[in-house]
Design a protein around this ligand. Structure first.
Ligand SMILES: [Zn+2]
Length: 296
């Protein structure tokens, strides 16, 4: 806990100093999402990207933003991970998560079951009925039918298995979690001049819950495994390309107009060849790492 307290103090100071240097100074920390003044005790360490995919605590946001966006969007990232993991476990002989639940259907009977793979015999899958969530009549009928079944019959015993809603997630919410993470990574790199830029207002206000207008930006997922993490700033195109492993997000640049961003985005989406003099930055390890007032 001591280490965490130290990190929080460091980030609080870094963010406070930067907001003062940006001319928006206040005695309290400004949450980079809602821009509300936040006392030390209400500031929380924010994982960017979410902890479920190995994100690190690189800056502070206020508790309400952290909790609300965590539940609303980041939870879908965690569910997607579990869902992807479920596919791996099923088709590539991997291990299932203890919360991987499936629905089994045999004739008219349905039941919920936990799915497990025996590490000793990886090509065998075992099911454990979840009694409290299944109809006892169905479970009994299921047992009877499998018991009555004799191997070597012409007709195979047909059991349908469906992954339950436990493993469900909404793609749009996974994307919005990435918009949040990449927006915060840019805030960590460029400080409050990013968060306060009019070009970022639509995204920031949406994340802060101050507006219902969905931000226009682009999230791309590459099928190949990559460990590249960087932020590319193309001021002439009015955009940032924020890349974290297999995910790339195009966000507006804070030093250009948002209309320039929309133009460039359209060109890029249409597949046009776009030239730019871009600057590359390493993925920020913590807020303010590259900011001028830290250089001594
Ligand atoms: Zn906030």
């Amino acid at each position: 806990m001591r280490g965490k307290g130290k990190l929080k103090e460091k980030l609080y100071e870094a963010q406070h100093n930067n907001s003062v240097a940006s001319g928006i100074g206040s005695d309290l920390l400004l949450c980079p999402i809602c821009l509300q003044e936040t006392p030390f005790n209400d500031a929380t360490l924010e994982h960017v990207p979410p902890e479920s995919i190995g994100g690190r605590e690189i800056l502070l946001t206020c508790k309400p933003c952290n909790n609300r966006l965590g539940a609303k969007y980041d939870s879908h990232v965690a569910r997607k991970i579990r869902f992807d993991g479920f596919g791996e476990a099923l088709f590539k002989n991997g291990q299932f998560h203890e919360r991987d639940v499936v629905t089994l259907e045999l004739g008219e009977s349905r039941m919920l079951a936990q799915i497990k793979r025996d590490p000793e015999e990886p090509d065998r899958i075992a099911f454990k009925v979840i009694g409290k969530n299944s109809n006892p009549v169905d479970v009994a009928s299921f047992r009877q039918q499998t018991k009555d079944y004799k191997h070597g019959r012409d007709e195979p015993l047909k059991i349908n298995m469906t992954a339950s809603r436990e493993a469900s997630f909404i793609h749009k919410n996974v994307d919005l979690s990435w918009v949040k993470s990449t927006y915060l990574a840019c805030c960590a790199l460029f400080g409050y001049s990013y968060a306060m830029s009019p070009s970022l207002e639509t995204i920031r206000a949406f994340l802060a819950g101050q507006s219902d207008q969905l931000p226009i930006c682009k999230v791309i997922r590459e099928p190949v495994v990559s460990d590249h993490r960087f932020i590319m700033h193309a001021q002439d195109l009015g955009l940032m390309l924020v890349k974290y492993e297999a995910v790339s997000v195009f966000l507006p640049c804070h030093k250009s107009s948002v209309d320039r961003f929309y133009e460039s985005l359209e060109e890029l989406i249409s597949g046009a060849r776009v030239n730019s003099e871009a600057t590359f930055y390493e993925w920020p390890e913590r807020f303010g790492q590259g900011l001028f007032w830290e250089v001594k």
